[in-house]
Design a protein around this ligand. Structure first.
Ligand code: AMP
Ligand code: GLY
Length: 432
C-alpha cells in the first residue's frame, strides 16, 4: 500500500519509521518531510498550512491512505476535503477537530457529557472575566480559545494576575490566536499524563500512556515549549486506570460526538491531570503528540497500518494494541534560544556515531539538507529515542549515550527526562 504522511516534524518521522516496518506498506511519501525523513520516504515540498497545496499533493500522488500528523491542516478541514474527493484518510474532520481547535467547545462538550474536567467559564469580555472570577479560588488558569502551540495558557496565582492575562489576550498582545473568547479554569494540582486512544467514530481503544516534559528547563523550570522529552512505560498507567480512562473519557467522547452528529475518528490525545479528586481532562488534542509519538512508536509492536486502517474502516473494536515490554524515552535536542528566537542552519554532527537500531533511533524534528550537509531548521531539532525491556533507567542510559555523540552549535537538552518516574533527583541520572 502507498501511504502519504502529512507533516514534517519528529512525530511524522516516527510515523514514517513505523510505517516502513509494515510488510503491507510498499511506498511512503511525506509532505513536506524534513532532512531526516528524506532518508526513509520520498519528500514532497509543500507549505503545511496551505490546504489547497496539500490537496494538490494528494491528488497527484493518489496514495491508498493519507495520515495527517499536525493540528493545523486538521483544523483547516483537510480530512473533509480529501474524503469528499474519495481518498482514504486518517484523522478527524474539521468539526470533530474542534475538540482541540476550540477550548471553549471542548469544555462545554465535556460538561454536556459528564466527562471529568476542571470547573470553567467561557468569557467574551473583560467585565465578564471580573464577574466570573468571583466563583473561583485564587489560583486560576486563563486559556486563549484557538490553537496556540502550547503558548495560549497562563497560570495565575491571583485574580489580579488573571485579569491582566485576560486583558493581554483580548488585546492580542499575548498571542495572535484569540478568537474573541477565552476560558477561565480552576487550577488543578497533580501529575500530568498523556493518554492516547484510537477512535473509529464508534469505538475508542486504548493505545498507550506517556509523559511529556513541557518546560524548557531542568526541574520543570522556564517557559513552556512544544515538549522537551517524553517517556512511555506500562507503569505510568495501571490496567485499572487504562480501563477507566478508556471508558470514562475516550469512549464518552466518541459516544458524545456521535450523538451530536460529528463522529470522531483518529487519535484522541487526552491531556490528563491526575488530581487528588480523580483524573481530570486538561485538554484534548485530536492528533498524535510530539514528542510522545517518538517514544510510543518505538514500543509499538502492532503494525501501525493496522491501527490506521481500523480507524478509517470502523473496525477498531477488533484491534489489539501491543506494546513492547519495558520503557521507551525520547529526549529532544533543541536549538539554543528555543522556545524564544533561535538560529537555523547549524551543521549537525555525530548522527552516524550515535547509531540506529530497532531500539535506538534519532528522529528528526527540525532539520534540512543543505549542500549535502544536515543542518538545523527549527526550534526542536532532534528526538533521540531509545527503548529497553529492562525499564526506564536502561532506556534513558541508552538515549543519553546516543545524545552524547551528537552536537551542533548552541544545542540544548534536558538532562532530567523521566526523573520523576525514577524517583531520583534529576541531575544524578545525567552525571553518568
Ligand atoms: P493545555 O494547553 O490546556 O493542556 O495547558 C497547557 C499546560 O498548562 C498543561 O499541560 C498544564 O501543565 C497547564 N494547565 C492547563 N490547565 C491547567 C489547570 N486547570 N490546572 C493546572 N495546570 C493547568
Ligand atoms: N507534546 C504535546 C503535544 O504534542 O501537544
Amino acid at each position: 500500500m502507498k501511504v502519504l504522511v502529512i507533516g514534517g516534524g519528529g512525530r511524522e518521522h516516527a510515523l514514517v519509521w513505523a510505517l516502513r516496518k509494515s510488510a503491507r506498506v510498499t511506498e511512503v511519501v511525506c509532505a513536506p518531510g524534513n532532512g531526516g525523513i528524506a532518508a526513509q520516504a520520498r519528500c514532497v515540498p509543500v507549505d503545511g498550512a496551505d490546504l489547497a497545496a496539500l490537496i494538490a499533493v494528494v491528488e497527484k500522488e493518489r496514495p491508498e491512505l493519507t495520515v495527517v500528523g499536525p493540528e493545523v491542516p486538521l483544523s483547516l478541514g483537510i480530512v473533509d476535503e480529501l474524503q469528499r474527493r474519495g481518498f482514504r484518510v486518517f484523522g478527524p474532520t474539521q468539526a470533530a477537530a474542534r475538540l482541540e481547535s476550540s477550548k471553549a467547545f471542548a469544555k462545554e462538550f465535556m460538561q454536556r457529557h459528564g466527562i471529568p474536567t476542571a470547573a470553567h467559564a467561557v468569557c467574551t469580555s473583560l467585565e465578564q472575566v471580573r464577574e466570573e472570577l468571583k466563583r473561583f479560588g485564587p489560583a486560576v488558569v486563563v486559556k486563549a480559545d484557538g490553537l496556540a502551540a502550547g503558548k495560549g495558557v497562563v497560570i495565575c496565582e491571583s485574580h489580579a494576575q488573571a485579569v491582566e492575562a485576560a486583558e493581554e489576550m483580548f488585546s492580542g498582545a499575548l498571542l495572535g490566536a484569540v478568537q474573541g473568547e477565552l476560558v477561565l479554569e480552576e487550577f488543578l494540582e497533580g501529575e500530568e499524563l498523556s493518554f492516547f486512544a484510537l477512535c473509529d467514530g464508534k469505538h475508542a481503544v486504548a493505545m498507550a500512556a506517556a509523559q511529556d516534559h513541557k518546560r524548557v528547563g531542568e526541574g520543570d523550570t522556564g517557559p513552556n515549549t512544544g515538549g522537551m522529552g517524553a517517556y512511555s512505560t506500562d507503569a505510568l498507567m495501571t490496567p485499572a486506570m487504562r480501563k477507566w480512562l478508556t471508558k470514562k473519557v475516550a469512549q464518552k467522547v466518541v459516544d458524545g460526538m456521535r450523538a451530536e452528529g460529528v463522529p470522531f475518528a483518529g487519535i484522541l490525545f487526552c491531556g490528563m491531570m491526575m488530581s487528588p479528586a480523580g483524573p481530570m481532562v486538561l485538554e484534548f488534542n485530536t492528533r498524535f503528540g510530539d514528542p510522545e509519538t517518538q517514544a510510543m512508536m518505538m514500543r509499538m509492536e502492532t503494525d501501525v497500518l493496522d491501527l490506521f486502517d481500523a480507524a478509517v474502516d470502523g473496525t477498531a473494536e477488533t484491534l489489539s494494541v501491543i506494546l513492547g515490554e519495558g520503557a521507551s524515552v525520547c529526549v529532544i535536542a533543541a536549538s539554543g534560544g528555543y522556545p524564544g528566537k533561535y538560529p537555523s542552519g547549524k551543521v549537525i554532527t555525530g548522527l552516524e556515531a550515535a547509531g540506529s537500531s530497532a531500539d535506538g533511533f534519532v528522529f528528526h524534528s527540525g532539520t534540512a539538507l543543505k549542500d549535502g550537509e544536515l543542518v538545523t531548521a527549527g526550534g526542536r531539532v532532534l528526538g533521540v529515542t531509545a527503548m529497553s525491556a529492562e525499564g526506564l533507567e536502561a532506556a534513558l542510559t541508552k538515549a543519553y549515550a546516543m545524545l552524547a555523540k551528537i552536537s551542533f552549535e548552541g544545542m540544548q537538552y534536558r538532562r532530567d527526562i523521566g526523573w520523576r518516574a525514577l524517583g531520583k533527583a534529576s541531575l544524578e541520572i545525567v552525571k553518568e
